[in-house]
Design a protein. Sequence first.
Length: 132
Amino acid sequence: MTNAKPKVATDPELARQVEAASHTGDAVEAVFVLTPEDPSQGAPSPERTEQITRQVLERVKDRVGRRENKLNVFRNLGSFVVSAHPEFLKELMSQPEISMAMANQQPGTETARPVKNRPLPPSVRGKSRKKK
């Protein structure tokens, strides 16, 4: 019986974004879910989430020679989001503490643009919408 780490569940969209950015060097945003230390728990404690995240990111930085551009730790969810170079993300996805990785930007989630972009008529501008 081997102690090999199971493969990280990776969102196909994240794999596509990392591959595309590998050619340009552009940063990619990704959400990572930590593997709970106690399988009966849904996520590590908020304190452990913060601690594990910092340890893993430091290890990855030491291995690839660069760090994440941005970080936001979701302490109560046992997860975090980073914006980083594709090489950093590939190494991060291989860490034993990571159980799942997904793209933070999904296709079709862009901000909707107005259907008709026109200025408000003078009769409406500046009026408050207070109930009488």
